[in-house]
Design a binder for this molecule. Structure first.
Ligand code: SF4
Ligand code: SF4
Ligand code: SF4
Length: 315
């Protein structure tokens, strides 16, 4: 069987499973409720970021990623408006114009991006073999040993984060920030990027505490900050949160709905189930009838016809 046929077959089984039991998709993804205690999160204050790229370099080292062709000391790459890829789990981009109305001496605003570690992640919901999961304290992690390479997670992610090792012939993986889960010596500590930031533009802590802190900053400096914490509600909430003094869409952040994508896909699945249940039952009945008829025919002994050729010995 070809790999593509296998993947299509797998997707077909998954679709049938969802049709057969609409509650199963929901039960397989109770992620919003999974983290009971503190949720590991980061708050990035874009009005503080100086575009030094030390977070990028620290991430590169911590995850043993290949060194980039252009040095981390090269500030010109900031204007390329890069995206994450298999060799860079976080990137910093520069946008012309000051970070807020009161920082008029800053010609540019810098924005660090990475996986947002959604509370109800579309990548987890899309993965039919459970290669993406949510850790006890929130980070969305990946298990390459389970991955089929179908790349449905890449299509599902509303932030376009997961990248694929297209250059690898053998065992290519999906790659993205895992909140430094696999990092040596990791013990619920600050991720490498937050540790490296020289101006504390990235703060690590419990999500609720960080939201409180962000609100306090907005209240104290309404001239500096927008009254909007990006990630507090977008796509059901994310573990990476942002503060800015400029409209989000000017800095490469999309305006996204509050509803998590998995909730939307589930309602579609449920709708399909409701309207497809009768035709599915009819098809299943017909298939059963065909199987039963075929079985009965196979059971009947074949008729042996008398030889029509004359007996060579008879006269
Ligand atoms: S940003 Fe994308 S890859 Fe990261 S957790 Fe959310 S859906 Fe998954
Ligand atoms: S949390 Fe770790 S893996 Fe994620 S961007 Fe920061 S350094 Fe990279
Ligand atoms: S290390 Fe901090 S200041 Fe430097 S680019 Fe990253 S987030 Fe900005």
């Amino acid at each position: 069987m070809k790999r593509r046929d296998f993947l299509n077959l797998g997707a077909g089984f998954a679709a049938l499973a969802a049709l057969g039991d609409p509650g199963r998709a929901r039960a397989a993804n109770p992620l919003a409720d999974r983290v009971k205690g503190a949720r590991a999160s980061c708050l990035v204050d874009l009005t503080l970021c100086i575009g030094c790229r030390q977070c990028e370099e620290a991430c590169n080292r911590a995850n043993h990623l290949p060194r980039p062709a252009r040095s981390f000391r090269d500030p010109t790459v900031l204007r390329d408006h890069r995206r994450m890829d298999h060799a860079a789990f976080t990137v910093v981009n520069a946008y012309a114009g000051p970070p807020s109305a009161v920082q008029t001496n800053h010609p540019e605003t810098f924005a660090k991006i990475q996986c947002m570690h959604c509370i109800d992640p579309a990548c987890v919901s899309a993965c039919i073999v459970g290669a993406f999961t949510v850790a006890e304290d929130g980070p969305v992690i990946y298990d390459a040993s389970r991955c089929l390479g179908c790349r449905y997670c890449m299509v599902a992610c509303p932030f376009g984060v997961p990248a694929y090792e297209y250059h690898k012939v053998l065992a290519p993986r999906v790659r993205k920030c895992e909140f430094c889960r696999g990092r040596e010596g990791y013990a619920g500590a600050r991720p490498a990027c937050a540790e490296a930031c020289p101006v504390e533009a990235i703060l690590f802590g419990d999500r609720r505490a960080l939201i409180e802190l962000a609100r306090k900053r907005i209240r104290r400096r309404p001239d500096r900050y927008l009254d909007h914490i990006y990630g507090e509600h977008e796509v059901g909430g994310t573990s990476w949160l942002y503060l800015s003094g400029r409209p989000w869409t000017e800095l490469g952040f999309q305006a996204l709905p509050q509803e998590a994508p998995p909730r939307l896909t589930e309602s579609i699945q449920h709708g399909i189930f409701r309207y497809a249940a009768i035709p599915t039952a009819v098809y299943a009945g017909l298939a059963g009838l065909m199987w039963w008829t075929g079985r009965r025919n196979r059971k009947q002994p074949p008729k042996v016809e008398a030889p029509s050729c004359p007996d060579p010995g008879g006269k």
